[in-house]
Design a protein around this ligand. Structure first.
Ligand SMILES: [Zn+2]
Ligand SMILES: [Zn+2]
Length: 371
């Protein structure tokens, strides 16, 4: 079968022909891949910044944002049938008995760092015609989401960030019962930093909860992202000159969701947090850019206003369930936005442009069945 792989030592990214994987254990499922989303992680692996092949292999098959169709199931698999659409989770637990996170099924909170990740660290990814995995890592996607189910994995990052933020809101007795549906939620305001795929999907999740939402991006409106933001009933904010502060632009908010990986922007944004509020960081900056920060003011503000800075990575099974439910809601409320978010759908042969060419569009997808 065909697969796209990175060879870190030889510094090559190429289409390879490998043996089709087969079901080896009764709990495994075989999928024919339909769509694989490409993101900054794939591009960084393709420029050899990180990415680890499985033990004994000199290459790593790329791809972690999946949508596949089940073609075969092991005899012990329940709740999944041939013909179902499914997304496959990325991270697998570490082997250590003392890692409570992995033993509790939450490898996204792994404390040892010895987890593996399909398409990123120690396990082959999903940019291959067929993939086999254990049923416990699959989430069935309704057939109606065939064209958009590939957005599940990037949305899970936002889902985890939002559910963590709601957990923290519950520390306040008058918000102890807050849920994505309870009336208290509509008193919250949120700001998203960065109108990339994860930022926009996060904004859609917030709007699906009827939370007042601002999306901050440096590209001035009008553009396709600002139009999308308006369609979902959020406000697009862009500074006319770079020295404009967030509080000038948006006032104060309860929740800032950072999806840029720009550390200075993230820490400046703290000034826009109201008392008792939360900054959630999801971007991963490259190392080395040393910027000055007024740490006294930052710390003073955080202490005097009971504020929280939270980092979050990857996502749990529960976040996949809410992502799939939310994508269904998005389809019902704003079906037109998916043509903006999925900015391009390409045949597998276009892998080189998407992985190594200039980055463009919001979410580009490699399809094994181009339309
Ligand atoms: Zn990704
Ligand atoms: Zn672990």
């Amino acid at each position: 079968m065909r697969a796209v792989a990175v060879f870190p030592h030889a510094h090559e990214v190429k289409l390879i022909d490998v043996e089709e994987p087969q079901i080896a254990r009764p709990t495994e499922v075989k999928l024919r891949m339909l769509d694989v989303g490409i993101c900054g992680t794939d591009r960084e692996i393709s420029s050899f910044q990180y990415g680890t092949p499985p033990d004994g292999s000199d290459y790593l098959i790329l791809g972690h944002e999946s949508l596949g169709e089940v073609v075969e199931i092991g005899p012990a698999v329940q709740g999944i049938s041939v013909g179902d659409l499914a997304v496959i989770m990325v991270r697998r637990p570490c082997p250590h008995a003392e890692c409570h996170a992995c033993r509790a099924g939450r490898s996204d909170f792994c404390v040892t760092g010895d987890f593996t990740e399909r398409g990123i660290k120690g396990l082959h990814g999903f940019l291959a015609e067929y993939v086999v995995d254990d049923a416990q890592y699959l989430h069935v996607v309704p057939a109606a989401l065939r064209k958009v189910g590939v957005l599940t994995e990037p949305l899970t990052i936002a889902e985890k960030a939002l559910s963590q933020a709601l957990h923290i809101e519950r520390r306040m007795p008058w918000l102890a019962e807050i849920t994505p549906q309870s009336p208290e939620r509509s008193e919250l305001t949120a700001a998203i930093l960065g109108a990339g795929a994860i930022g926009l999907l996060g904004a859609m999740a917030l709007r699906a909860m009827d939370i007042e939402t601002y999306v901050y991006d440096r590209v001035p409106p009008p553009n396709s992202k600002s139009q999308l933001v308006e369609t979902i009933g959020a406000r697009y904010i862009s500074p006319e000159n770079p020295s404009t502060s967030f509080t000038d632009l948006i006032g104060h908010v309860h929740f800032i969701y950072e999806a840029t990986g720009v550390s200075q922007l993230a820490f400046q944004a703290i000034m826009a947090l109201s008392p008792n509020s939360i900054l959630v960081l999801t971007g991963v900056p490259g190392l080395g850019a040393h910027k000055e920060l007024d740490t006294d003011t930052l710390m003073r503000n955080m202490v005097l206003k009971n504020q929280v800075i939270l980092g979050t990575v990857n996502a749990g099974s529960v976040d996949h369930v809410s992502a799939i439910r939310h994508i269904k809601t998005f389809m019902e409320r704003w079906p037109e936005v998916f043509d903006t978010i999925i900015s391009g759908r390409y045949p597998l042969d276009a892998y080189r442009d998407l992985l190594l060419g200039q980055s463009s569009g919001i979410k580009n997808v490699l399809s094994f069945e181009p339309k």
